[in-house]
Design a binder for this molecule. Structure first.
Ligand code: NAD
Ligand code: UD1
Length: 336
């Protein structure tokens, strides 16, 4: 298939490019590089030994979208391009709605213009909000607690209505749990441009000496060791889910959400211990008050993805920590 990948130079996008190219798909990237480096695509080309075209452009700009659609004529789109920092979304809600919702609207219009009717969308487990029950299944109520989460839910609604209005269209809504880890080559990985918001890249930066210690955001949650639990998923498993979702989209119509997680969760303290094992060093920690908006536990019921897409996670926690350490220790400054 010919697959246009918006945001393909980002963390999850770059891993997905390798999986797509490995399966023989023809790939074109559209990225503004607002949160990524062009060096990523050089590395993807080297690792895949394959042909990869790219367009620099913003998904909010009609001309950039039209150029990519006309030049590449995709059969399907994977839409990663978006903004993802929860705190920033509270300070700049219009910016987040503009990119995450407006960008999706513009993309669908550009797809309609060239008759491309299949899209895989990067959604998030954050659309569920405070758990009514765990594990979350796809029928769990969606009550996101942040602006970021609401932009993702709104984009899901746009995609669902778009697919409903035309029975030939397909929108696969992948609700990611917590992506971590790196490609086994250690050539591509997560490269936060600022102080990491998320746990795993923060631990990795402590291990490599860039930060003095990890702040554990609360140890008084109602969990076995008091620290927050998350369903961490290896980014290569997540990347594979997109390739399998494309196969699903080839033979299904309509919009459908899928949880992409492992069905197992780990606490902050368990993640620190696992990382210490991977890097052979002690990770200094300090317990601080809870982070606003955090919940105690998240856990995926990923049985729908297994039953309908044939996807399930195969990587272990050790794979996640070892690959993160391999990437961080060989690229202490990311792609710089
Ligand atoms: P990332 O920031 O590494 O990648 C996003 C890419 O999109 C970057 O290359 C960035 O330059 C590009 N981009 C941003 N705005 C753009 C615009 N207006 N036009 C064109 N390109 C633009 O993030 P990621 O972790 O790879 O996440 C990819 C997607 O998955 C995002 O939509 C994110 O919301 C979603 N998601 C991520 C996580 C996570 O924890 N990483 C969890 C759930 C969902
Ligand atoms: C965060 C976002 C969520 C987003 C997800 C993936 C918030 C409130 N939520 O979720 O919307 O979908 O990232 O991008 O920002 N932790 C520490 N110290 C740290 C960092 C994290 O103790 O320095 C703890 C957190 O309290 C949490 C766990 O580690 O218990 C995981 O945190 P994180 O990686 O930020 O993911 P989420 O909280 O799931």
């Amino acid at each position: 298939m010919r697959v246009l990948v918006t945001g393909g130079a980002g963390y999850i996008g770059s891993h997905t490019l390798l999986e797509l190219m490995g399966q023989g798909h023809e790939v074109c990237v559209l990225d503004s590089y607002i949160n990524s480096s062009k060096e990523v695509l050089n590395r993807v080309r080297t690792l895949s030994n394959g042909h990869l075209t790219d367009h620099e452009g913003d998904v909010r700009h009609t001309a950039a979208l039209d150029r990519a659609m006309d030049d590449f004529a995709p059969d399907a789109v994977i839409h990663f391009a978006g903004l993802k920092a929860v705190g920033e979304s509270e300070e700049d809600p219009l910016g987040y709605y503009d990119v995450n919702v407006g960008g999706t609207l513009g993309l669908l219009k550009a797809m309609d213009r060239v008759g491309c009717g299949k899209i895989i969308f990067s959604s998030s487990a954050t659309v569920y909000g405070e758990p009514v029950y765990l594990p979350y299944d796809e029928a769990h109520p969606t009550q996101p607690t942040s602006v970021y989460g609401r932009t993702k839910l709104m984009a899901e609604n746009v995609l669902t209505d778009w697919a409903k209005a035309n029975p030939q269209k397909t929108a696969v809504l992948l609700r990611y749990f917590n992506p971590v880890g790196s490609h086994p080559s250690a050539q591509i990985g997560e490269d936060p441009s600022d102080i990491p918001n998320n746990l795993m890249p923060f631990i990795a930066q402590v291990a490599v000496g860039k930060r003095s210690h990890l702040s554990i955001f609360g140890d008084d949650y109602d969990t076995p060791d008091g620290t927050g639990q998350r369903d961490y998923i290896h980014v290569v498993d997540l990347a594979r889910a997109h390739v399998m979702a494309l196969d699903y989209a080839a033979s299904h119509q309509g919009a459908r959400p899928f949880n992409i997680g492992t069905g197992q969760n780990y606490s902050v303290k368990e993640m620190v211990s696992a990382f210490e094992k991977a890097c052979g060093k002690q990770i200094p920690t300090k317990v601080t008050p809870r982070r606003a908006g955090d919940i105690a536990s998240m856990l995926a019921d990923a049985s729908r993805a297994k039953a309908e897409i044939g996807w399930s996670a195969t990587h272990t926690l050790d794979d996640m920590t070892a690959s993160t350490w391999a990437w961080q220790s060989t690229n202490p400054n990311g792609y710089d």
